[in-house]
Design a protein around this ligand. Structure first.
Ligand code: ADP
Ligand code: MG
Length: 627
């Protein structure tokens, strides 16, 4: 067959294969165009999951009649000038409209502020229809019917109305978070209407938009992030560790206002939360990166959702650092949804957890209230004695220590039975404690729950979970404040590596040494390992060193070792903590509460479950119908 130039329609259909994967991709491209045109209001209507109809209407700048034909021609754009390194609009490739027009029946009706009538152009399976006059207000309406009618092979891959509709909602929500000042509606015969009224571009307005999309409970259960490093700014919100999801779908990331799905950002979020979340739980996050367009490449894939950073290590470091810092600064905090769930469970006549979850519609936090110790554990007989590392001051003695049984607690409870003298002395101390975040310990119930009282609330602490967290933090501190004990290998282990890897490891040998790993260059293609962190025990040195080399190559950091050590610390903490079933004395309980207050991250245990819950007095009064 001779070589021939493909027809314009064919070229566009080939491009459509990449740009237009499904109805949601059409919606994404059309909404991006509306936003690039400066719209204040964007309305999306779909039918048949978007396969029958997608209509996007905006009140933006509009297209001049003589330019309508250009808008649907390939490689025609009003957005890119001469500099591909300075992209500030969502679109820039000039291929969305011609691609869509090559696989569907597309029409564009538009009117600019200066023209006194609208005009319309159509394109069906690549065949351009003549421009004709039309009636419309300022702005643009793009209508796409019978998507993929011209490419039946693609049509076969569609997942069904409901799946396509939900992909479309996701696209609109994702983009809406980046444009809080724009009013979005998404409606149609095949869906319930999603309405996102405009807020504004301030940080508060942005958070209100996030709440519209993610849920009204998010702001109260999240922490603000605002950090800057070498010209890269990171803002947004991340959920507190007790507010999580089973998948990472609720993680929204933006680079210069463009929604992106980026492995590096996702990995950084995972790294930042690695300490506070179990593997199968995911934080809810909304993060905006703002940086010079010249140091990020958005021209990676036609769908424009991938990016490449010139300095990936910087971006990763910024995210991990800022999020960890924010989590630490926020200190202890229990999810309000936990208390809300409990309220619903308490409320007379409320549905029980086993049947449809709490009445407020939030995800059930049932699991949050389970003690995590093994049943029938007897602390006095267990070989797993509590670890005392960094915890001596807290008043925890050995497990043989006899605590207070529930019926003996009156002795320290400032109740009516106490003598007047004792009461006076105690109430003074108690009065101060009431002002503390976790208040004054009042009792231990079911041998694992500390009941404490603050001025305006009742606190219930899961003592095992809390102690586990505290031990973990102490271990981690010991780790990161260098004193990581190492063991010297009898025979240095030689690891053969590509020369670049050996070089990289050698460059980081000082940092590695701080973590107890002694590595040095051993000829061009190898390193010698002389010491390993004792905590790791018998470890596969070859594997560890190779993983580290890979990580340094990818990110220019040595987080792998840190993460491994953190994981070991978590495991040790879990084995070494006060199990439920341990009876505590009043001082011990109060010491635990104070220690929790002083320890960042102690609002959740190492597995991400809350360590305490708080019930406001006002809510308790409501339960009893006093309010
Ligand atoms: P790109 O967005 O990459 O420029 P498109 O094919 O999506 O390419 O759009 C082509 C051009 O049509 C845009 O550059 C813009 O000038 C114009 N256009 C498309 N949609 C709109 C709209 N809703 N309002 C105003 N102009 C639009
Ligand atoms: Mg576009």
């Amino acid at each position: 067959m001779p070589i021939r130039q493909l027809s314009e329609t064919m070229i566009n259909q080939i491009a459509a294969g990449e740009v237009i994967e499904r109805p949601a991709s059409v919606v994404k491209e059309l909404v991006e165009n509306a936003l690039d045109a400066g719209a204040g209001k964007v309305e999306v209507v779909t039918a048949g999951g978007g396969l029958n109809l997608i209509r996007v209407t905006d009140d933006g700048s509009g297209i001049l009649e003589p330019e309508l034909a250009m808008a649907i021609a390939r490689h025609c754009t009003s957005k890119l000038t001469e500099d591909i390194n300075d992209i500030r609009s969502l679109g820039f490739r000039g291929e969305a409209l011609p691609s869509i027009g090559s696989v569907s029946r597309l029409s564009i009706r538009s009117r600019t502020a200066t023209s006194d009538s609208a005009a319309e152009i159509g394109i069906e399976g690549g065949r351009v229809l003549p421009v004709r006059p039309a009636a419309a207000n300022r702005g643009t309406t793009v209508e796409v019917r019978d998507l993929f009618f011209a490419t039946p092979a693609r049509l076969k891959f569609m997942k069904g109305e409901r799946a396509e509709s939900s992909a479309t909602s996701d696209v609109v929500k994702r983009i809406a978070i980046a444009f809080p000042a724009v009013h979005f509606t998404l409606a149609g015969s095949d869906r319930s209407t999603l309405e996102l009224p405009a807020t504004d571009d301030s940080p508060e307005g942005s958070l209100r938009r996030v709440a519209q999309v993610i849920g009204a409970e998010f702001p109260d259960n999240s922490i603000a992030i605002d950090a800057m490093r070498e010209g890269v700014r990171l803002t947004g919100h991340v959920s507190i560790p007790s507010f999580t999801r089973a998948n990472a779908l609720q993680q929204y990331a933006y680079v210069n206002g463009r929604p992106v799905r980026d492995k590096l950002i996702a990995g950084a979020i995972r790294g930042a939360f690695a300490d506070v979340l179990p593997r199968d739980r995911h934080a809810v996050t909304v993060l905006f990166l703002t940086l010079d367009p010249a140091v990020v490449d958005v021209n990676v894939h036609p769908a424009k959702a991938d990016v490449r950073f010139r300095d990936p290590g910087l971006v990763r470091g910024l995210i991990v650092g800022a999020v960890r810092q924010a989590l630490a600064d926020a200190g202890i905090r229990a999810a309000t949804t936990g208390a809300a769930g409990m309220m619903a469970a308490f409320r007379p006549g409320a549905a029980s957890y086993g049947h449809g979850g709490p009445a407020n519609g939030h995800r059930s936090y049932e699991a949050s209230y389970h003690a995590s110790g093994p049943a029938g554990f007897d602390p006095t007989r267990s070989p797993q004695r509590p670890l005392d590392m960094g915890f001596e001051g807290a008043g925890f003695e050995g497990p043989g220590q006899r605590g207070l049984r529930e019926n003996e607690q009156a002795a320290f409870d400032a109740g009516p039975l106490a003598s007047a003298d004792a009461r006076a002395g105690q109430s003074e101390a108690a009065e101060t404690l009431l002002g503390a975040v976790l208040g004054a310990a009042r009792a231990q119930v079911h041998e694992n729950y500390i009941v404490a009282q603050t001025r305006d609330s009742l606190i219930i602490v899961d003592q095992h979970a809390a102690h586990e967290r505290l031990v973990y933090e102490a271990l981690k501190n010991a780790l990161h404040s260098r004193a990581v004990p190492s063991q010297i290998l009898l025979l240095p282990e030689i690891v053969d590596l590509p020369e670049e890897d050996a070089e990289r490891l050698a460059m980081h040998s000082e940092t590695l040494a701080r973590f107890g790993l002694g590595v040095e260059r051993f000829g061009p293609g190898a390193v010698a390992v002389r010491e390993t962190p004792s905590m790791l025990g018998e470890t596969n040195v070859q594997q560890l060193v190779r993983d580290l080399a890979d990580e340094i190559a990818d990110n220019d950091t040595v987080d792998t070792l840190k993460e491994r050590l953190d994981k070991i610390a978590a495991t040790m903490a879990c084995h070494g903590s006060v199990r439920s079933g341990r009876l505590l004395k009043a001082e011990e309980m109060n010491a635990l509460l104070r220690q929790m207050e002083a320890t960042p991250g102690s609002g959740t245990c190492n597995h991400g479950r809350p360590t305490y819950i708080e019930l406001k007095l006002a809510d308790i009064e409501r339960l009893f119908g006093r309010r």
